[in-house]
Design a binder for this molecule. Structure first.
Ligand code: SF4
Length: 740
């Protein structure tokens, strides 16, 4: 953990106050700019939102030059984020599906009464686990916290998980196993600019979080591991392009080279780690030429990567979704962590290992209880002491708290099946587009007795719901988020929400009260919820107890853990840099992990001879429910595309701009061909932001990582063919019955 004795390297980064434009609960004075953060990715760029003097005035956002993470930079998504606030199809009233099968406007009381009544009926008939909850990595800490409490106390269900399971869970599992604690970056982003070498495995920040490149561009050599020659790889000193699904073999090979070339930091390994011998037993079999055969990465390039890392005074190994989203994602990340440990990087000032968390509150979202196996403060649900602590804060008996439930993909796959959940409440997620094997998920949702979706636009999942509840967006609400470096940030209300729209916290409270909970147990004021979260997290791995809205509003840079100081003592300064003296395992040592390569769940054959890999593109974010409503972004990236090497396209009889059908064993996608001469000839790439027949997740499968339960988004066996006859790839969802 972080060291109180290492104040100099661990001192917080100063930055200007990001105070509110108005008191909590009230919008800013007309026209006054409000300091806040971009609503999209985990970089959480600092912004100032100019709300305009009236509802017809244009909204304008500008970067906050004083915020160290983005230093005045924003990407296209950040610049255009205000457009979603006034999306023409913004939800402004609850919708309830009638007996005619159509969604129709309803009053809040009607909608909430209907939901609560159906939930009570379903629980009475089938038990508490018949009701499931699905959250999101974009929800504020307060919402994630209250959602977990709502599921476990008001519903009493084990069945809660969230879409962050699809993003960061493999790095989280690997980080906990290696270091005893999972914080995406255990150091501030700004440290990266001081590095001599950064190895980036499976991330493309030049497109997904461009302001991060301000730091990486200042670093020395950038080594990029990615099957595609991405915009980030273009800027790298060295690009290693392994075949999809072989990153683990490559990482084992890098460890092999470090050992056989005498580059291991033996003093560090002896003093600060355990388990090297077991890890080496597998890596010993991965000599460079064998790795080249499996991955396609030349042996000399492997050696060069290790020399660049080991020869650096300051070096970092970073992983992203490319390493994580596999049925062996945890082991793949662990293998890269092994390389970092062998070279003595983690916990050394100016060096380290980190994961580039993706979603806006991907870090905080996995800390406060919406994950199937966790309680607030990153506590484990099966730990009796954790259960007792949280139960006391919640005013319930520890034994009343249900145990762990199903992970996201398993939960979605159980919906509507015999013994599975009969009702689902979705907050801040759009699984019809973002979940693996999306057609199957769509069929499962159609089998439910009750689907309730809280959202601010009619997402693809919302349009299937029995009840749609219109909720606030980022600029209309107060709260906190935790960015990829574990820094807790304030979100400030700049605008009043449209009439008829409610905050998610208020929705949860209203439902809880209707389900018989005392009103005091479910506060709807974000400050009160945060204060309760602080108490629930006290003493846990992610301890927020010393963080307050007042400290954040005063401009303090607070990274967790930040425990509450004893009476009379100075407030804890937070922990920007973890592990400087010891890791979080009881003995203070990091653990090498004993991992070996294995094949993806899919196998290529004559029917499906190519690998499809999925990812993000510059203009869009996640399922695209927000960014597909921004005209400027849609003009630049209007539809689903498939990138192919020109030779691959020629073999399939396809040319630039034509419509292609990409087919896997699960389904088929229609996408516009883009020829990319730098792509591997065995690989095609599809962004996953698009709906309908353009959904890349119609191709992906539900093979899961055994430890993190991460689906295998990055490797699917496919074929590509011209579209001669349009066919319906996915049946339309069944018409749903009335909720009441
Ligand atoms: Fe927003 Fe991320 Fe772009 Fe920054 S990099 S502006 S946080 S989407």
């Amino acid at each position: 953990m972080g060291s109180g004795s290492s104040r100099a390297p661990n001192s917080p980064t100063p930055h200007p106050p990001s105070g509110p434009g108005a008191a909590d609960g009230a919008a800013a004075a007309p026209g006054a700019a409000v300091a806040t953060h971009c609503p999209y990715c985990a970089l959480q760029c600092g912004t100032r939102l100019h709300p305009g003097a009236g509802p017809e005035e244009p909204l304008r956002v500008e970067p906050d030059a004083g915020f160290p993470v983005n230093r005045g930079g924003l990407c296209q998504k950040g610049w255009t984020a205000p457009a979603v606030l006034r999306a023409p199809d913004r939800l402004r009233t609850p919708l309830v599906r009638g007996r005619d099968g159509l969604l129709a406007p309803a009053g809040w009381d009607t909608a909430l009464d209907a939901v609560a009544a159906r939930l009570a009926e379903i629980r009475a008939a089938h038990g508490p686990d018949a009701v499931a909850v699905f959250g999101g990595g974009g929800l504020t800490n307060e919402k994630a916290y209250l959602l977990g409490k709502f599921a476990r106390v008001a519903l009493g269900t084990r069945m809660i998980d969230y879409n962050g399971r699809f993003c960061m869970s493999s790095a989280a599992a690997a980080g906990i196993a290696a270091f005893g604690l999972d914080r995406g970056l255990p150091f501030p982003v700004t440290d990266l600019g001081e590095a001599d070498t950064v190895l980036l495995a499976g991330a493309n920040p030049a497109e997904t979080m461009p302001p991060l490149m301000r730091h990486l561009n200042k670093a020395g050599a950038l080594v990029v591991v990615d099957p595609r020659r991405t915009a980030t790889a273009e800027r790298a000193a060295l690009h290693l392009a392994p075949a999809p699904g072989t990153d683990l073999a490559l990482a084992l090979g890098l460890l092999h080279i470090a050992v056989t070339e005498g580059l291991v930091d033996e003093e560090y390994v002896r003093a600060r780690t355990a388990g090297f011998d077991a890890a080496w037993r597998h890596a010993a079999g991965w000599w460079p030429e064998r790795v080249e055969l499996v991955t396609g990465v030349p042996a000399d390039a492997q050696r060069e990567a290790v020399r660049l890392l080991s020869g650096a005074r300051r070096a970092y190994v970073l992983t992203g979704r490319g390493a994580e989203q596999h049925s062996k994602g945890t082991d793949t990340v662990a293998a890269f962590v092994n390389v970092a440990l062998a070279l003595g990087l983690p916990g050394r000032p100016g060096s380290g290992y980190g994961c580039l968390t993706g979603q806006g509150n991907g870090q905080g979202g996995r800390e406060h209880g919406q994950k199937a196996d966790q309680l607030p403060g990153y506590r484990h649900l099966t730990d009796p002491a954790a259960r007792a602590h949280v139960a006391e804060v919640w005013g319930v008996a520890p034994e009343s708290l249900p145990g762990p439930g199903l992970s996201a993909a398993e939960l979605l796959d159980a919906l509507g099946t015999a013994g599975g959940p009969r009702a689902l409440l979705v907050f801040g997620s759009n699984p019809v587009v973002s979940a693996p094997d999306a057609a199957r998920v769509q069929r499962r949702l159609a089998e439910l007795d009750l689907l309730v979706v809280a959202d601010f636009v009619p997402s693809e999942t919302a349009t299937m719901a029995d009840v749609v509840l219109p909720v606030t967006q980022w600029a209309e609400e107060e709260g906190t988020l935790t960015n990829l470096e574990g820094r807790v940030l304030r979100r400030h209300r700049a605008l009043s929400p449209p009439e008829g729209v409610r905050d998610d916290l208020a929705v949860l409270r209203e439902l809880a009260v209707r389900l018989g909970e005392p009103p005091d147990r479910f506060p709807a004021d974000p400050r009160r919820v945060f204060d309760e979260l602080r108490r629930a997290s006290r003493g846990g791995p992610a301890d927020y107890s010393g963080i307050s809205y007042a400290r954040l509003d005063a401009g303090e840079a607070l990274h967790w853990p930040c425990p509450e100081a004893p009476d009379g003592a100075a407030p804890h300064p937070g922990t920007p840099r973890l592990f400087l003296d010891r890791f979080a395992h009881e003995d203070g040592r990091a653990r090498f992990q004993d991992v070996d390569h294995r094949e993806p769940a899919d196998a290529r054959d004559d029917r499906f001879p190519l690998w499809a890999t999925t990812g993000r593109q510059l203009q869009h974010y996640q399922s695209g429910a927000q960014t597909r409503r921004v005209p400027e972004l849609v003009r630049a990236a209007p539809e689903a595309t498939v990138e192919l090497h020109p030779d691959t396209a020629a073999r399939a009889g396809l040319a630039e701009g034509e419509l292609a059908r990409v087919r896997s064993a699960r389904g088929a996608v229609l996408a516009r061909v883009r020829l990319v001469a730098t792509l591997r000839t065995d690989t095609v790439f599809l962004p996953f932001h698009f709906p309908g027949h353009g959904r890349a997740n119609l191709l992906t499968g539900t093979a899961l990582d055994p430890r993190s339960r991460m689906p295998e988004f990055k490797v699917s066996a496919v074929r590509v063919e011209p579209v001669e006859v349009l066919e319906t790839a996915v049946p339309e969802p069944a018409v749903r019955s009335a909720a009441g």
